[in-house]
Design a protein around this ligand. Structure first.
Ligand SMILES: Cc1cc2nc3c(=O)[nH]c(=O)nc-3n(C[C@H](O)[C@H](O)[C@H](O)COP(=O)(O)OP(=O)(O)OC[C@H]3O[C@@H](n4cnc5c(N)ncnc54)[C@H](O)[C@@H]3O)c2cc1C
Length: 636
């Protein structure tokens, strides 16, 4: 009987996958048709106050905030389409990887990591539609640690976390869950929904019971505490994903806001090589130049923004000349790339099926429950619990509270997922992570008959730093992405400590009740090493090095004169006028959390600054700004 259910579910999933791919193409086609008709019938203004490039997590917020002023005209140029509502079923997020809604970026082959992946290449999905990557991410809402932000603003001596950061987290948040009454740390008027999970499996209870037994706190990590164990809040409303892109679409009726989809921006236009006055963008193979009176704001993401700056002549002079672009400003664009790296696929095997499983996701009852009640396994985001900790606090001899005071900033995260890579029997997951076929055959197929789950340790503050560079001067060419994973040995050490902690964690009684066993099958490429030795895990981590999809830092924000920054603390491109960058690319370093909430917080901050900045820098002031700071300029 079970075998029949299994094969029926497999067949249902396979048919569903094909149906879904058909649906995505149909959706994109109808989106394109709408954009075509709109472009054909409406004569668009050729000049706006603001042009926002990219309607992703950050750009959607900036466009929405700037267009709150009815006297300001705002144009949003987005390379993708609007999307369709079925894409917003939380559990199907992984199906969007590799589709037309994904830029489908890939890293170059890694020297120190990703050995179990085809050509040692890591796949980097990024959203190409309204809502951007916030439309295909895992929706977890986490803010990070105050110390993260303090380290960004070392150049501002009067930096205050509550005033300069928490204010914007609250402004950005639309709390719809259990923290609705905590007005000190939460708020419910912002564009980004934060809600409780409505469905979890038995895994969650096992995690919190074990965490408490081991002396760890279980609490809201988006409050005065930023560490401990927690059930993540998610960007989900009435059972559907609700990203900042959805919020932007709700503002579509504003007469001063125009959202142009399928508009790929190829170049920023400059007056006198210092002042942005518009952009060149392509829509259905026609090139347009649209002007911006007050500012051009790049929110094209961690790859799109540095790429566009470089294509426009802003970047490392030597590199730009090498690819045939005349440089207009020498800035370290594309340096400082960091990403959260993790490891540990299918290391925990259960002897029972959890209620959030591959089978339950494709069951007819659960599909009906989702469409009729907006509840059930299809609302799952793939992660049921997380922990943000410091590796020094994993030792049982130290009380967590004392340890937390001593080591303020966390250095690793754990995410608890009720499914593994092999749960879908190789239909989809192995492809979206680019797993080598021989590794699949030799290792993962052996797990058939057991029920793997993933507890992934993540390096929160990797020391390995990489780059984004252009291949050539053609706008449609994908850039060279090299995160340089695990080039710093200390990142590897944290992952090894993390895996060892996971091994200990699942020995607890609550996990034994689920029949949890640590997977002792030697991993291909490491079979010559003694299982569980440090050498074995070092080898394993270099094989299984998996992105958590949080790249940042390619247009670093910081002090103007530090030499390593691209934008100043006001998001303005250093030495340029009327040109801003605000998205994940400006983060000077990774935060101790999944990063979307921080990206949206930054967008709120940027919108506030840009509104104010543009108010001050009208008239001829902007000319004087080249010689004087804005404050001096406005007095003159
Ligand atoms: C699979 C996955 C899972 C994730 N899960 C989580 C999670 O659970 N929680 C979390 O906090 N974070 C998560 N993240 C990370 C988070 O979603 C991103 O860091 C965040 O969305 C980045 O926002 P952004 O505004 O910088 O860029 P994006 O949201 O990527 O926006 C960039 C936009 O610009 C457009 N664009 C790019 N170039 C151009 C151009 N030349 N012209 C016009 N438009 C252009 C793009 O199409 C896109 O819409 C995840 C990421 C991924 C990939």
């Amino acid at each position: 009987m079970f075998v029949m259910v299994k094969y029926f579910s497999l067949a249902a999933f396979f048919v569903g996958l094909i149906g879904f791919l058909f649906y995505t193409n149909l959706c994109n086609f109808s989106n394109k048709f709408y954009a075509y008709i709109e472009d054909f019938y409406y004569e668009l203004d050729k000049e706006y106050d603001y042009i926002v490039v990219g309607a992703g997590s950050a750009g959607s917020v900036i466009a929405s905030r700037l267009s709150e002023d009815p006297n300001a005209t705002v144009l949003v140029l987005e390379a993708g389409g609007f999307g369709c509502s079925l894409l917003d079923i939380p559990a199907i997020a992984p199906l969007l990887h590799g589709t037309i809604f994904d830029w489908q970026y890939k890293t170059i082959p890694q020297n120190y990591a990703c050995e179990a992946f085809e050509n040692k290449v890591s796949f980097w999905p990024m959203g190409k539609l309204i809502g951007g990557t916030g439309r295909l991410n895992n929706m977890m809402y986490t803010r990070g640690h105050p110390e993260d932000y303090k380290s960004w603003y070392t150049g501002l001596p009067d930096f205050d976390y509550h005033r300069d950061i928490l204010t914007y987290f609250k402004k950005a948040e639309n709390q719809a869950g259990i923290y609705l009454n905590d007005s000190e740390y939460h708020s419910s008027n912002g564009p980004l929904t934060a809600n409780d999970l409505t469905f979890v499996s038995e895994l969650y209870e096992a995690v919190v019971t074990t965490a408490r037994d081991m002396g760890f706190p279980v609490r809201d990590i988006n409050s005065q505490f930023s560490t401990g164990f927690s059930q993540p809040q998610v960007n989900v409303k009435s059972g559907s994903r609700f990203s900042t892109g959805h919020h932007l679409l709700q503002q579509y009726y504003r007469p001063n806001l125009r959202i142009k989809t399928f508009s790929y921006v190829e170049k920023i236009m400059f007056k006198g090589n210092f002042e942005a006055y518009g952009v060149k963008h392509r829509l259905f193979n026609k090139l347009y130049v649209t002007k911006a009176r007050k500012a051009v704001i790049l929110s094209a993401g961690v790859i799109g923004s540095p790429k566009l700056l470089m294509l426009s002549g802003i970047g490392d002079e030597t590199h730009l000349k090498h690819v045939g672009i005349p440089p207009i400003k020498n800035l370290p664009v594309g340096n400082g790339l960091q990403d959260h790296i993790s490891s540990g696929f299918d290391l925990i095997l259960l002897d029972k099926l959890l209620s959030v499983s591959f089978y339950s996701l494709s069951s007819l009852i659960n599909i009906l429950q989702y469409f009729l009640q907006s509840r059930g396994p299809l609302t799952t985001v793939g992660c049921e619990a997380l922990a943000i900790l410091n590796t020094n606090c994993l030792n049982e001899t130290i009380k967590y509270k004392d340890c937390e005071t001593k080591y303020r900033k966390p250095d690793f995260e754990l995410i608890f997922m009720p499914i593994g890579i092999s749960t879908d029997h190789g239909i989809h997951f192995k492809n979206i992570i680019n797993l080598r076929k021989d590794v699949w055959d030799e290792y993962f197929t052996k797990l058939s008959g057991s029920y793997p789950i993933n507890i992934l340790p993540i390096v929160l503050h990797p020391k390995s730093v990489g780059t984004v560079r252009l291949r050539d001067n053609i706008p449609s060419t994908t850039p060279i992405i090299d995160p340089n994973y695990l080039s710093d040995q200390s990142d590897l050490d944290i992952l090894i400590k993390g895996i060892k902690f996971v091994k200990k964690f699942v020995e607890a009684p609550a996990f034994l009740n689920l029949g949890a066993k640590f997977n002792k099958i030697p991993f291909p490429g490491c079979t010559h090493l003694e299982f569980d030795s440090d050498e074995y895990w070092r080898c394993y981590v270099r094989q299984v090095s998996f992105t958590l999809y949080h790249p940042v830092g390619t247009c670093r924000m910081g002090q103007e004169d530090a030499g390593e920054n691209v934008v100043d603390y006001e998001f303005k491109v250093i030495g340029m006028n009327k040109l801003f960058v605000a998205d994940a690319s400006v983060m000077p370093s990774l935060v101790s959390a999944n990063i979307n909430a921080a990206v949206v917080m930054l967008a709120e901050k940027a919108a506030d600054i840009i509104k104010n900045y543009s108010r001050l820098s009208t008239g001829f002031c902007h000319v004087r700004e080249i010689f004087f700071k804005l404050a001096i300029c406005t007095v003159l």
